[in-house]
Design a binder for this molecule. Structure first.
Ligand code: C5P
Length: 288
C-alpha cells in the first residue's frame, strides 16, 4: 500500500429496536432495523512507521488498543502477517458514546481498507465474521444501507432502498454505556415493542408516514431514566414538526424524521442553537 487510503465510515441509527430476550452468552437477542446515515467519520490509512498508530482530530478518543479501529488493524495484521507499521488517522465527525456505532463504523472501515489496500481478497462473509469479533454493530457497518438484524446484530437481511429519510439528529451532552443500558433493561417492563413486520411492509411501500409510525426502540425508556434530556429533545423535535422521534441504539442520540429536507433544515436551524451536537442527516444507501 503506497498511497494513503481514505475510507468513509458512516454512522448508523436504529429505525426499530426490539429485544427478544437475554442469551446464555450474556448478550441480548435483538430484532432491529439498522440504517446508515450521511453523518460519517473519515479514516486515513497509511503504511509506515512502527506498529499500529492511531491519531485523530478528537482529543478524547483512545489512541491505543481501546480503540476498535486499532483492534481491527491488529486483527488483520496478526492473522495475515502483514508488514508492521500502519498509521490510522480518524477524522471524527460522529459523536462518541451516542448510540450511533461510530467506533464500530471506524473498525469496519479499517477492515475494508486493509482488505483492499493489501489485496487480501477476503470475501464479505469472512469480513463480517471478523467484524463480529470486534463488536455487535461491526457486521452491519460492513454491509451498509438498510438491514434487518437479528441475533446479537450479526444475522443480517439487507433491505431494499426505502423512502429517503430527512432527519435532525441531536445528541445531548451526555454519554451512555451500551453495556449499562442493556444491564438495566427488563423484558417484563416493555410496553410498546416495535412491530417489525408492519415496519417492513411500510418500508417496502415507501410509505413514510407508516414507516415513521412504526419507529420504536424498547431501550428508550431505560435510557431516559439515566438521561431525561432525551425526552426533552423528543418533545422539542415534535414541537418543530417532526413526523416521529426516536432514540438510536442505547442512546442518548435522538432523531426526528421530517416530511422534507426543507422542514428538517428549518428545525435544525433552531436545534443547533440549543444543542452543540445537532446535525441535519439523511438516510444513506448502499449505492451512495
Ligand atoms: O458487542 P458490543 O461490544 O458492541 O456490545 C457492547 C455491550 O452491549 C455488550 O457487552 C453487552 O453488554 C451489550 N449488548 C447486548 N446484546 C447485544 C449487543 C450488545 O447485551 N445484542
Amino acid at each position: 500500500m503506497t498511497e494513503p487510503l481514505v475510507i468513509a465510515a458512516p454512522a448508523k441509527i436504529n429505525l426499530t429496536l426490539n429485544v427478544l430476550g437475554k442469551r446464555a452468552d450474556g448478550y441480548h437477542e435483538l430484532e432491529t432495523v439498522m440504517q446508515q446515515i450521511s453523518l460519517a467519520d473519515k479514516i486515513y490509512l497509511q503504511t509506515g512507521g512502527e506498529g499500529i498508530r492511531v491519531t485523530s482530530n478528537c482529543p478524547g478518543l483512545p489512541d491505543n488498543q481501546d480503540n476498535l479501529a486499532w483492534q481491527a488493524a491488529q486483527l488483520l495484521t496478526a492473522k495475515f502477517s502483514l508488514p508492521a507499521g500502519l498509521h490510522i488517522f480518524i477524522e471524527k465527525n460522529i459523536p462518541i458514546g451516542a448510540g450511533l456505532a461510530g467506533g464500530s463504523s471506524d473498525a469496519a472501515a479499517v477492515l475494508r481498507g486493509i482488505n483492499a489496500g493489501f489485496g487480501l481478497g477476503l470475501p464479505q462473509d469472512e469480513l463480517l465474521e471478523l467484524g463480529l469479533a470486534l463488536g455487535s454493530d461491526v457486521p452491519f457497518c460492513l454491509l451498509g444501507g438498510t438491514a434487518l438484524a437479528r441475533g446479537r446484530g450479526e444475522i443480517l437481511t439487507p433491505l431494499p432502498e426505502g423512502p429517503c429519510l430527512e432527519m435532525v439528529l441531536v445528541k445531548p451532552d451526555y454519554q451512555l454505556s451500551t453495556a449499562e443500558i442493556y444491564r438495566d433493561f427488563r423484558l417484563d417492563r416493555v410496553q410498546d415493542p416495535p412491530d417489525n413486520a408492519a415496519f417492513l411492509e411500510a418500508w417496502r411501500k415507501c410509505d413514510i408516514i407508516a414507516v415513521a409510525a412504526q419507529m420504536k426502540n424498547v431501550l428508550e425508556t431505560v435510557s431516559i431514566t439515566r438521561c431525561p434530556e432525551i425526552s426533552a429533545i423528543k418533545q422539542q423535535l415534535q414541537d418543530l414538526g417532526a413526523l416521529h422521534t426516536l432514540m438510536s441504539g442505547s442512546g442518548p442520540s435522538v432523531v426526528g424524521v421530517f416530511i422534507s429536507r426543507a422542514e428538517a433544515m428549518s428545525a435544525w436551524g433552531i436545534m443547533r442553537d440549543r444543542y452543540r451536537e445537532s446535525y441535519q442527516v439523511s438516510s444513506y444507501n448502499r449505492g451512495d
